[in-house]
Design a protein around this ligand. Structure first.
Ligand code: ADP
Ligand code: DP6
Ligand code: CO
Length: 353
């Protein structure tokens, strides 16, 4: 079965539909079951390993890009507040790349809104740059297909390459040793998964919605440069990917969960061994991990994964997600708990009626 086609989740706001020079896009975060952690090329955002994820049906980012012929610089607002410093630089550098490809000197007004907490390890950079690539690609008239959009989104944030697609997606590292243009070989594509048989859900436990102290970018840079555990993890992650693909094919949720949990814990082990160490996991994270273990002991299929932050995503069956969410809610006390299923790929909003 093919991955789900993008579906509408957000209606166009009046005056913010998509036309030449003015486009609005929506994209959702994705959570990797086999992680991306480590770049072999910082400039092109080429990873050392392949990764595989599920795009969520919660927490959309909506981004409008409007070309402004009179402007001397880009204006970028996130949730209504002007971006400054590194987050702004990342967006303007991304727009420079788009302008170069479009042969356009025009600056843009970017208005982006996250519904996911920004920089909390809940993949805001994935939904953010997938939405930006889709909106900017249309506003500047790049005419990219989904593969081209995935490559472009990758340049903003590696994980964004996967949020271009709905359902399950694999991001190919590309082949570093085979010559040719390395940019072309590194893109995401949908993974066919029997979704009805797998019946997957991710219960998202937000134990801390605040921004991380160390960005994913910096943390993985330090890990690759200094962690003695990085290379062994990268090698085992490729083996995890093969096992994951087989488990998904046969809709074996326990095998999927087992591989996902060990791959994530191994990734965190690489950062704990970096110098200086990067530790995203908190006491609240471990409390949720204990609850997940209790659920498994009680016969519920529940498996945890964590990204670059303390928040936990629990893979389980959709049919058992309410029960899992109830147990997780008890464990997080004060945090929030959300149930996510497989969501749609990035899409442009239609021109406003
Ligand atoms: P996360 O776990 O949220 O993905 P990262 O450290 O990977 O955290 O990335 C957070 C950064 O992603 C932000 O500081 C900002 O630079 C960028 N970002 C997040 N959301 C958006 C958005 N909607 N538009 C543009 N950039 C964004
Ligand atoms: C732990 O894609 O946020 O979430 O490419 O530097 O923007 P940059 O990093 P980012 O890294 C995500 C790391 C992860 C695992 C994953 O999503 O695969
Ligand atoms: Co990120």
């Amino acid at each position: 079965m093919a991955a789900e086609q993008p579906t509408a989740t957000t209606r166009p706001r009046p005056g913010t539909g998509s036309a030449a020079g003015d486009a609005t896009a929506v994209a959702h975060p994705n959570i990797a079951l086999v992680k991306y952690w480590g770049k072999r090329d910082e400039q092109l955002v080429l990873p050392w390993t392949d990764s595989l994820s599920m795009t969520l049906d919660v927490f959309p980012t909506t981004t409008r890009v409007r070309l402004d012929p009179g402007a001397g610089e880009d204006t970028v607002t996130l949730d209504g507040t002007p971006l400054e410093g590194e987050p702004r630089r990342r967006v303007t550098a991304f727009l420079d790349l788009v302008r170069e490809r479009a042969g356009s000197p025009l600056r843009a007004v970017v208005d982006t809104r996250n519904t996911v907490p920004t920089g909390a390890g809940l993949a805001s950079s994935a939904s953010g740059f997938a939405a930006l690539a889709t909106a900017a690609g249309a506003a500047y008239g790049l005419g990219l297909d989904a593969t081209g959009l995935s490559r472009l989104a990758r340049r903003g944030s590696g994980s964004a390459s996967r949020s271009v697609f709905g359902g399950f997606a694999i991001w190919h590292a590309g082949q570093p040793d085979r010559g040719g243009d390395p940019d072309l070989g590194s893109y995401a594509e949908p993974v066919p998964v029997p979704v009805a048989a797998l019946d997957p859900a991710l219960v998202v436990a937000v134990v801390d919605a605040g921004p991380k102290a160390v960005s994913s970018r910096e943390a993985m840079r330090r890990t690759v440069a200094t962690s003695p555990l990085y290379r062994p993890w990268a090698a085992s992650s490729q083996a995890d990917l093969t096992e994951m693909q087989e488990a998904l094919r046969r809709a074996d949720l326990d095998a999927v969960g087992e591989v996902a949990e060990r791959n994530a814990l191994g990734m965190h082990a690489t950062m704990l061994a970096a110098r200086p160490a990067v530790r995203y996991l908190s006491a609240a994270t471990v409390t949720v991990l204990d609850a997940v273990l209790e659920l498994r002991r009680a016969g519920v299929s529940a498996w945890a994964t964590m990204d670059a932050g303390p928040n936990v995503k629990v893979l389980c069956r959709r049919s058992e997600a309410d029960r899992v969410a109830g147990v997780v809610r008890e464990a997080v006390r004060g945090g929030s708990v959300h149930i996510a299923g497989p969501g749609p790929g990035a899409r442009l909003l239609d021109a406003a009626a």
